[in-house]
Design a protein around this ligand. Structure first.
Ligand code: HDD
Length: 745
């Protein structure tokens, strides 16, 4: 049946919905040619329009809790029973007509989305970035201006493991930051290692296939210690530099809070006058760069696979907000895009800080944990192509592939092209795009002309001037070239910078690197792979090669290239300085006969120093004695040394007493006898991992029974709990007592 035609405009509701009366567009003649912009209509207010849904942006996601007294269906109908399926009689078959049963299970069936193809395992936090204004000379981006505060969301990750894998595996760490700036979202999608495995994105699937578990048995999980990884990196020697960083202590960070971050690629910045510079981005942690030791990392994988995730949340919850300074190395934008002979387009090369100092441009503080892991950490979508005016990309071929890959992956991971409407991904800046429809569209777009120019929607939206717009590319010359599948000759030097890194390490760090290579190659089965990997090491340094070869029981090959004559870069070493100890964890071992007022004072001193005290006792509950009971946080059964940065043994109540011996009869506890194997294990492990250990007032005897010299490096024997904490804080500032085990190299 034909519907009756009416000349009257259809009734439109507010926001274009049928129903409620709303503003109606005056009819406009069909355009034959584009006209100058007409005055904006009420529902097309131009650039002032807010984010698609008009809701809060990612920095302050709309919070939805189980609010209200009644449980409802997804359609808002109240439910009176969610525990029993509808059945034909109490013992009869379940009826298909039970809508609530079907809706509940269907939703559950679809709760998971595909994990990220790389960087699946991660943890994130909210924070703010405050510019120092020092970047103005080279960059016009408004968020870098002095005292401008920009909300940020940061996700840290491992690369190889699945979403449920362990945190402390040997791997590169992702360090991705979303800046919700007033000019649009800027994503700095970096790693904790300043170079990358490959020079061209076309090899990315290959390196990841080689690093991920073997396709037949799907093992090993989250490891590089297997044949396919070493097969790849020994065949593609451009990977040597990155692999060396992985085998160094950088591959096993102590905490996300103690990692550097790097933008890796060279970016191009544009200042207010249109002048350009090339830069590399650096994040410098206020707490310094610190690592686990390998045995500790492996133990943590079993004891607490969520170690880094927990550490980040705990520190933020305790108010020990992690901070990083953002810095840039600045290079002149010369046509050859090199700096002192280093190709700035090669992502396997660094520029040593001694040759181009890192200039601080702002401070980032992470000050809030996520509210819902899935909504925020899992659904956040980064993209190195999310740029703001003043920041541009270069022709690094690795970056070019990334600019394609991230949008592509989000479409399959987040189920369509509208993922920017997910709260954590919503820009803070007003969004006024002409993207329409698609899966999971949550906006109700008004207007009829999502194209431009148009005359029907008042000509909106307008385009920005070249001085305020993003993606105003610098007209770098690219023509007069032949189409080739080639890399520049400078990309062929794969060994100079690995040697630079090796020579910049302290003897302790070199020992760790040797041990790491020996472990990883020792886990390979293929002789040819091991031999080829040794051949790569020979081109870095003969000592490194010989030591690893000795560990594998293989002959050390000769180098195939002349060893590079390079100067060390001391900035690459992470040892030697003193750093703040905020958020460190100090375990205090006590029993009911211990100096409990000393324990209370020690706890307070740890808190006053911005660290976390955890009392470890034979059993849970409280330790009762004189004064306030002391709450026990860990028992001998639940504590393991890897959870603590330092361990202190509570002394005896009376000064000068032989604490653990004298209390034996009185307390009758295993700790008092000083022989509980779990306490001895705590001590010996912590000692072996270079951690501060000790105690006060009579702890020496127990230390000795654990084979620890009370006078040794990093061993604390004090008169009181507070004195012990003061000495511990001092020791922790240097992270570990590395001089406990003088390196053999
Ligand atoms: Fe990538 C995720 C960092 C090269 C393709 N990458 C991802 C994440 C980080 C990096 C931190 C996790 C983001 C998050 O937390 O959600 N990736 C890097 C760095 C690289 C790099 C520093 C080199 C300098 N990546 C790289 C290449 C390609 C990709 C060459 C592909 C050609 N990366 C991806 C991806 C991921 C990703 C497949 C997986 C999940 C995602 O993007 O959102 O698109």
């Amino acid at each position: 049946m034909a519907t009756e035609h009416s000349d009257a405009a259809p009734e439109r509701g507010e926001g274009g919905l049928p129903g409620k009366p709303g503003p109606v567009s005056p009819s406009v003649a069909e355009p034959t040619h584009s006209t100058e912009p007409l005055p904006a209509k009420p529902d097309q207010a131009g650039p002032e329009t807010v984010s698609p849904t008009g809701q809060a942006t990612g920095a302050a996601p709309a919070r939805v809790a189980q609010s209200g007294a009644y449980l409802t269906t997804a359609q808002g109908a109240r439910l009176h029973d969610t525990d029993h399926s509808l059945k034909a009689g109490a013992r009869g078959p379940v009826l298909l007509q039970d809508h609530h049963l079907r809706e509940k299970i269907t939703h559950f069936d679809h709760e998971r989305i595909p994990e990220r193809v790389v960087h699946a395992r991660g943890a994130a936090a909210h924070g703010v970035f405050r510019g120092y204004g020092t970047a103005a000379e080279v960059c016009k981006a408004a968020f870098l201006a002095k005292d401008v505060e920009t909300p940020v969301f940061v996700r840290f990750s491992t690369v190889l493991g699945s979403r449920g894998s362990s945190d402390t595996v040997r791997d590169t760490r992702g360090f991705a930051t979303k800046f919700y700036t007033d000019e649009g979202t800027f994503d700095l999608v970096g790693n904790n290692i300043p170079v990358f495995f490959i020079q061209d994105a076309v090899k990315f699937p290959d390196i990841i296939h080689a690093g991920k578990p073997h396709p037949d048995r799907e093992i090993p999980q989250a490891q590089s210690a297997h044949d396919t990884f070493w097969d790849f990196v020994s065949l593609h020697t451009e990977a040597t530099h990155h692999t060396l960083w992985n085998m160094s202590d950088r591959g096993i960070p102590r905490s996300y809070r103690m990692m550097e971050g790097f933008g890796v690629h060279t970016f191009r910045l544009v200042n207010g006058a249109g002048e350009t510079s090339l830069v590399k981005f650096h994040w410098k942690p206020k707490l310094g760069v610190h690592s686990l030791v390998w045995e500790e990392a492996q133990l943590i994988n079993g004891m607490d696979p969520d170690f880094h995730r927990r550490d980040l949340c705990d520190a933020i919850e305790a108010g020990a907000f992690p901070q990083w300074e953002l810095g840039i190395q600045v290079f002149p934008d010369t046509p050859d895009q090199t700096f002192e002979g280093i190709d700035l387009l090669d992502p396997t090369k660094i520029v040593p800080e001694e040759r181009a100092p890192v200039q601080p441009i702002g401070l980032m503080t992470l000050n809030a944990n996520v509210t819902n892991f899935f909504a925020e950490t899992e659904q956040v979508a980064f993209h190195p192509g999310h740029l703001v005016p003043g920041i541009d990309v270069t022709d690094d071929p690795l970056l070019a592939g990334r600019l394609f890959s991230y949008l592509d992956t989000q479409i399959s991971r987040l189920g369509g092209p509208n993922f920017a409407q997910i709260p954590v991904n919503r820009p803070q800046a007003p969004v006024n795009d002409m993207f329409r429809d698609g899966m999971h569209q949550t906006a109700v777009h008004t207007g009829v002309a999502p194209y431009r120019p148009n005359s029907l929607d008042g000509g909106c939206p307008f385009t920005a001037g070249a001085d305020t717009g993003a993606y105003v590319e610098t007209p770098v010359r690219v023509s007069e070239a032949r189409k080739v599948r080639e890399a520049p000759a400078s990309f062929e030097d794969h060994f100079t910078q690995p040697r630079l890194f090796w020579l910049s390490m302290t003897p302790t760090e070199r020992e760790h690197i040797i041990a790491a290579y020996t472990f990883e190659l020792g886990k390979c089965y293929e002789q040819a792979v091991k031999e080829r990997a040794l051949g790569v090491l020979a081109n870095i340094d003969p000592v490194l090669c010989e030591q690893v070869a000795a560990g594998l029981g293989l002959p050390a090959p000769e180098p195939t290239v002349p060893l590079a004559d390079v100067e060390a870069s001391p900035a690459l070493s992470q040892l030697g300085a003193a750093w703040p100890t905020d958020g460190r964890v100090v375990g205090i071992v006590a029993d009911k006969a211990a100096d409990l007022s000393g324990v209370r004072a020690a706890r307070q001193a740890v808190l006053d120093a911005g660290m976390t005290p955890l009392v470890i006792a034979p059993a849970g509950g409280t330790l009762d004695g004189d004064g306030e009971p002391v709450t026990v946080q860990r028992t001998f059964a639940t504590a393991r040394s890897v959870e603590f940065d330092a361990l202190l043994l509570a002394g005896a109540p009376a000064a000068g007493a032989d604490a653990y011996g004298a209390r034996d009869a009185k307390a009758g506890s295993p700790l008092a006898q000083g022989t509980d194997p779990r306490v001895l294990l705590l001590l010996t492990e912590a000692y072996r991992h270079g951690k501060a250990v000790g105690g006060w007032n009579g702890a020496s005897a127990l230390l000795q029974s654990a084979g620890i010299d009370p006078g040794g490096p990093g061993v604390i024997t004090a008169e009181s709990g507070t004195a012990a904490v003061a000495a511990t804080t001092e020791a922790l500032a240097r992270h570990r007592a590395w001089d406990r085990f003088p390196p053999a190299l």
